[in-house]
Design a protein around this ligand. Sequence first.
Ligand code: UD1
Ligand code: MG
Length: 427
Amino acid sequence: MLKSNLAVIILAAGKSTRMKSAVPKVLHPICGRPMLDYVLDLVKGLGASKIITVLGHQHKEVAQLISPGIKVVIQKQLLGTADAVKQASRLLKNFRGTVLVLYADNPLLKKETINNLLKHHRENNLDATLLTSVLDNPTGYGRILRDKYYSICGIAEEKDADGFQKDIKEINTGIACFDSAKLFNALKYVRPNNRKNEYYLTDTIGIVYKNGGLIEGVTLKDVSEAHGINSRIDLARANKIMQQRINEEFMSKGVTIVDPGSTFIGAGAKIGTDTTIYPFTVIENNVKIGKRCLIGPFAHLRESTVIKDGVLVGNFLEIVRSRINPKTIIKHFCYIGDAHIGSRVNIGAGTVVANFDGRKKHPTIIGNGAFIGSDTVLVAPVEVGKYAITGAGSAVINNVAARSTVVGVPARKLLKNNRISLASKSK
Ligand code: UD1
Ligand code: MG
């Protein structure tokens, strides 16, 4: 296959009116990652000589996601998708080859789909190739128009479509590749003669057709990939689809997920083999879990948490910015924050790490083999030594020496004769 020169244009300037949000649409997260990140990922490894992102609405916030190798063009007036591509084309004056257009609100596309689209476009020497999908409910999408020979001859946008066109189930996903010269020429003839008074990129298809250009469609096998996000309802659906993909990926790598429907795992989480995740568990993005762990039910594992092999965490607990070493057990009702917990530690039911003093967060360290009694409050910064014991209901405000036992509020050392030391060790 002849690999023609490739440029990619990502459209992300839109106002996101239908999201009704102060946050730009493309920054809304899907499984913990901004929507735009997924589209930026798609472009990696395509071999594009130029990648251009068109930003507009709240462009300063969105630009923070764009890495240095990607060019940014600002669309000052949001006149429509054709205008957005026109703005990007200013950076492609001397470019000849294939232009791939991606919409930033289409985060569910898979890389292999984009590769297939490009392959079809190049192998058949086409002027435009559209990624299409056939949907039971095509509401909201542009409809693919075909002539009597079944060749694609245009796209009718939902708002401008007549009754017959609205019945068409084949839709435009928004993803397309073009011969650069044909695209740039067609852009000159796009007019905002439609209900939204916008310059539609989709009108270039009718123009290329009228000029005798060759247009074909590649139809998506997995219709979920076509799902564009324009509203919060679309966003929730995309989350569900992405979550299913993430969960299935983990299961295929040897993780047991008892109820995938109630298990929420962030896009960047890592989980080792033979770990079991029980229902109603939330595992955020940069959480790492080792092998043979039992997690949940009802566990919330938040950012920067590392759980090593053979750990038990659940039921009803929250762990954040903490490291839990192998074979430690944290079984019931706990809050663990900013803690470093050794191996083979037993954390009793109801243990709370009081890591925040109202102004700052403080660390807690628990040594290997320690036994933390039920309902212990560890007031950070504090350190519990190896094999130390805290009594049920104790409030630990001072460091606990290795192999010693503390009890009470505030916790004091328990002496051999079961008396309590009245002198508490300072930190
Ligand atoms: C668009 C397509 C429609 C397709 C659907 C798929 C057009 C005219 N219609 O409709 O055929 O079925 O996507 O999801 O293209 N944008 C800009 N600048 C603008 C306007 C939009 O950069 O001036 C960006 C948006 O940020 C968005 C993308 O272009 O990422 C698509 O715009 P949007 O308004 O969401 O178009 P749809 O109505 O979804
Ligand atoms: Mg859209």
